[in-house]
Design a protein. Structure first.
Length: 189
């Protein structure tokens, strides 16, 4: 006869039980929110590359997460003096964290961040983010994000010649896929 205590111990020892991977729409939202600050950092690094480049291709530009790790951006940015810019960037994260709750590393092919910035510095931004990330911290495991966003731009407070997303205006939608599950992301930042 199998004792109930043995069955409970066996159930708890099964792989995946009690896991902290993305398993709900709320987890999907958290998985994206931990990366949200990397969008503004990517815009800044993309413009740094644009200012240093002699062609549409930018050399890799690096920065730091607010709490840990690094972000490195490469790709293309429209040349010229227009107040409209398109950025097609790759984003590499190594031990990246803005909040000490989630840490990200990029896996496989680098995630793609594509943005159209219109009427800089006070216009709009529309874009997509898609890629694979390994997460540690409050959520664990691999996640694939497929995100779209649109919002308004503003000059940064520290340097009015630089641009960032205007807080509270960016609507973010998409999905986070982890394991066999696919979960929705829908929020405004």
């Amino acid at each position: 006869m199998v004792r109930p205590t043995f069955l409970l111990m066996l159930f708890l020892a099964l792989p995946g039980c009690g896991s902290d991977e993305v398993g709900s729409d709320e987890d999907a939202k958290l998985a994206y929110e931990g990366l949200d600050g990397s969008i503004d950092k990517s815009i800044t690094l993309g413009f740094q590359g644009f200012n240093a480049a002699s062609s549409a291709n930018i050399s890799p530009q690096s920065g730091k997460g607010d709490k840990a790790g690094t972000i490195t951006v490469g790709g293309q940015v429209d040349q010229g003096s227009s107040d409209n810019k398109t950025m097609n960037l790759t984003v590499e994260l190594k031990g990246y964290s803005d909040d000490d709750k989630l840490t990200y590393d990029t896996t496989g092919s680098l995630p793609a961040l594509s943005m159209k910035l219109s009427k800089i510095p006070t216009g709009t931004v529309d874009g997509t983010l898609s890629g694979d990330y390994a997460m540690t911290g409050d959520l664990e495991g691999d996640v694939t994000l497929s995100i779209s966003f649109s919002g308004q731009l503003q000059p940064t407070a520290a340097d009015p010649t630089k641009v960032e997303r205007k807080p509270g205006t960016t609507h973010i939608t998409g999905t986070a896929t982890s394991g066999d599950g696919r979960y929705n992301v829908d929020l405004t930042q």
